[in-house]
Write a protein that binds this ligand. Structure first.
Ligand code: GDP
Length: 230
């Protein structure tokens, strides 16, 4: 499960533009600022990888990295960006409106912080990607362990689970601990797991990571190699 080489292959604006070979792939998904770029960089040992734009309003893309010439690590746009304390993109589950966040969840899957037309693109593009990408072995859903569980992450897990997308929870920033409620990674992870266990009889596999200490890096690579060979 060692990474001997990794190269950036391409950015795709739509699911149908993604590489067309049969190599297995893992998609990395998470809230903006969850530590996605840092984790990808740590996994493939790049100084600056992810070409993902973080700025709302910019076109966002699916970025394919080819690892050891045999499998892809895929960087998806982050969700849950904030503007004036409001989330301006997110995951709609189509059934309930969010009470916690003061904005109307627009129906359908995930959508990007962008113009209305870009949102529409992202919705169909993300749905298209998750639901039709035959080579997708699993989704690494990144969850920040240094803060209490966020509704938007639970919604995302819920959406993926309901659509039978194979998930692994990757808890990030596990090196970061603060005194007081919601400051300990172990506590936050436990709370997240408890919330999820009421949604699913069988919780997905999960792993604790830190891009600062390197915690979980080898474990996550091993986990992905096991899933690829399954
Ligand atoms: P992204 O928006 O999800 O790509 O997040 P980034 O990788 O850019 O990280 C967001 C912020 O969290 C940056 O300030 C990082 O330095 C910090 N960060 C990322 N990973 C870790 C981690 O494992 N531990 C700590 N303590 N901070 C992290």
């Amino acid at each position: 499960s060692r990474v001997k080489e990794a190269e950036f292959v391409k950015s795709s604006a739509r699911a149908r533009d993604c590489p067309k070979d049969d190599r297995p792939e893992f998609a990395v998904l998470g809230r903006s600022n969850v530590g996605k770029s840092s984790l990808i960089n740590a996994l493939i040992r790049r100084k600056e990888a992810a070409l993902t734009s973080k700025k709302p309003g910019k076109t966002q893309t699916i970025n394919h990295f080819l690892v050891n010439k045999s499998w892809y690590l895929v960087d998806l746009p982050g969700y849950g960006m904030y503007h004036n304390d409001k989330i301006i993109d997110g995951i709609a589950n189509g059934e309930k409106q969010s009470e916690k966040y003061n904005f109307a969840l627009v129906f359908i899957g995930l959508f990007a912080a962008a113009s209305q037309s870009a949102r529409t693109d992202w919705s169909s593009f993300t749905k298209g990607y998750f639901l039709n990408r035959d080579t997708l072995v699993g989704v690494l859903l990144l969850v920040d362990a240094s803060i209490p569980p966020q509704k938007i992450d639970i919604d995302c897990a819920n959406w993926l689970g309901r659509n039978n997308i194979g998930l692994t929870y990757v808890f990030t920033k596990c090196d970061k601990s603060k005194k007081g409620k919601g400051g300990r990674p172990e506590e936050n992870i436990k709370e997240f797991q408890e919330t999820i266990s009421s949604l699913y009889p069988e919780p997905p596999p999960w792993i604790m990571t830190s891009s600062v200490t390197g915690l979980g890096r080898d474990g996550l690579l091993l986990h992905m190699s096991q899933l690829r060979n399954y």
